[in-house]
Ligand binder design. Structure first.
Ligand SMILES: [Zn+2]
Length: 147
């Protein structure tokens, strides 16, 4: 469970406290107007937990559905049951390695190369992955999961 790192936004202070009690690495941002939460999340590989649907389009955000603490914790439980998306090759189940962007130039479509910075390669079957549409699909599934 220690591989998961979170940031709760200003609406989720109580949840943040409880997640820490449960041993989860969780930061709490209590200022709703602090944009550094996004930077922090990216830099430290943290998932942002929020009640704000406005952030849904961002790739490292999970929308917390309930206002009730118990329901919220159930949702967290569902999230951490699922392995971090994009850590394992969906074709052959091999853990993916991070690759330098330079290394895969020419191996992915040009427009993909332009808009993404985070690429992974399967050391077994050599496929290249990035946080594109597939990743969004996985994220939507996580958000949809009911406990
Ligand atoms: Zn593979």
């Amino acid at each position: 469970m220690s591989e998961y790192k979170f940031i709760c936004d200003f609406m989720l202070g109580r949840l943040a406290r409880w997640m820490r009690l449960l041993g989860l690495n969780t930061l709490y941002y209590n200022n709703p107007d602090d944009p550094s939460i996004l930077h922090k999340a990216l830099k430290e590989g943290r998932t942002i937990l929020t009640r704000s649907k406005e952030l849904e389009r961002l790739e490292n955000v999970v929308i917390i559905k309930s206002e009730n603490l118990d329901e919220q914790l159930k949702q967290i439980k569902e999230i951490i049951k699922i392995k971090t998306p994009l850590c394992r090759c969906p074709e052959c189940n091999t853990p993916l390695s991070t690759v330098d962007k330079e290394e895969i130039r020419g191996e992915v479509p040009k427009y993909i190369y332009k808009i993404h910075n985070d690429f992974k390669r399967c050391p077994n079957c050599n496929r290249i992955y990035w946080k594109g549409t597939h990743y969004k699909e996985i994220k939507r599934k996580i958000n949809e999961l009911k406990s």
